[in-house]
Design a protein around this ligand. Structure first.
Ligand SMILES: O=C(O)CCC(=O)C(=O)O
Ligand SMILES: [Fe+2]
Length: 378
């Protein structure tokens, strides 16, 4: 790698050093939030401690094998269901179409409990809660996001390949609808996207190597979350597969998490190393985003909804339970328990301001930052 004249060693410098985000406490969290607001993304280093990464990666590989068997059995059950309605039924292409509950598919997390607990790691959760809403939940869990090593040698042409997109709910073409099969779309916010961070996509890099531009570090265009165009926009004149000025690649130690506003333009990268870059992708969303796990379709499975079985859910930590309660078998998600306290407080403080003529209220005078400071001082 060091002998490759095209490889810039500076790009593998640790994220926190190259960004100046200090480690520890509120300043670290503020650094990530500012990075998400301005650049559209941040990297939280070593969410999975160095000495745990190998065990977590191996558990994810085992979980994937179990899930492949689950998917096969689910498809057989789906066929059986169709044939109980129409004995002569023959599957065509992706048909039969995905079932509704109670014939939903198993959520990937159900086979990945060792990994699962890290989803509620305190830094990740704090960033998600401030950026989105105190009530966050995970709308999509994909444990199969590896970057396989390329056949060697990798041509210069191949290194210029990109696959630019933004993620659900800002993915304009997922998962391959056509005029014949319009239903194969998981739903997307219409362009131009409102200037709101509606969801955070996370890529969990599980090694074995640190992630660098050489070993499949995700491509990203900083600031693209604010651009009204989109690489998949039908009228935007952008080649999804060509480099874009300003693009950079993520570098991070194994066990780190790349978090991005789902509007951000990003792409998978060519992995020039000899090792498979194991990764998991999850989306954190606020309670108000459509709860149909992944719009209409779940990536890969084409299912309407997935579920977490009762016995698995019972083993989750309290924080993790809050992230998956909406998918848990036999559970009902109680929305906004945090804001219920705020609402009760609002009612109880009404008396405090009674009698004011409100003459001090000048609309537009207070910034959100001042409002936060004001609240903290109360
Ligand atoms: O694998 C990566 O680096 C990015 C994956 C990605 O963009 C996605 O799953 O939507
Ligand atoms: Fe993506």
């Amino acid at each position: 790698m060091a002998n490759d004249p095209d490889f810039d060693e500076r790009l593998s410098a640790p994220y926190s050093i190259s960004t100046g985000i200090s480690a520890g406490g509120d300043d670290e969290i503020d650094g990530y939030l500012e990075s998400i607001r301005v650049q559209g993304f941040c990297v939280i280093e070593r969410v999975i401690p160095e000495d745990q990464v190998d065990a977590v990666r191996e558990s994810v590989h085992r979980g994937r094998e179990l899930l492949m068997k689950d998917r096969k059995a689910e498809r057989a059950r789906r066929l059986e269901l169709e044939r109980s309605r129409d004995p002569g039924y023959e599957p065509v292409g992706d048909r039969p179409r995905p079932p509704r509950a109670p014939h939903a598919e198993l959520c990937d997390i159900a086979r990945n409990e060792t990994f699962a607990e890290y989803l509620a790691e305190s830094r990740v959760l704090r960033v998600a809660r401030v950026a989105l809403d105190p009530h966050v939940r995970i709308m999509q869990t994909e444990v199969n996001k590896s970057a396989k090593p390329e056949e060697q040698p990798v041509s210069k042409e191949r290194l210029r390949w990109r696959s630019w997109h933004s993620d659900w709910p800002h993915d304009l073409t997922a998962y391959g609808p056509s005029s014949e099969e319009l239903w194969k779309h998981c739903g997307a916010v219409s362009q131009p996207f409102p200037d709101v961070c509606m969801a955070l996509s996370t890529v969990w890099y599980l090694g074995p190597e640190d992630v660098t531009p050489f070993s499949g570090g995700t491509w990203i265009v900083p600031g693209s979350h604010k651009d009204p165009r989109n690489p998949r926009g039908p009228d935007d004149g952008i080649d999804q597969h060509a480099p874009i000025p300003g693009e950079i690649q993520v570098s991070a130690p194994a066990g780190s998490v790349f978090m991005q506003d789902t509007r951000c333009w990003h792409s998978r990268a060519i992995n020039q190393s000899e090792h498979d870059r194991t990764a998991v992708v999850c989306r954190y969303t606020p309670w108000w985003l459509s709860g149909n796990e992944f719009g209409n379709l779940h990536s890969g499975g084409h299912t309407l909804r997935t579920y977490v079985p009762q016995d698995v859910y019972a083993r989750f930590s309290p924080e993790l339970k809050l992230l998956y309660r909406h998918l848990a078998e036999g559970e009902e998600d109680l929305l906004q328990s945090g804001n219920q306290h705020a609402a009760a407080r609002a009612r109880e403080t009404r008396e405090k301001y009674k009698g004011s003529d409100n003459g001090h209220v000048v609309i537009g005078e207070m910034s959100a930052a001042e409002w936060r400071e004001n609240r903290a001082a109360q």
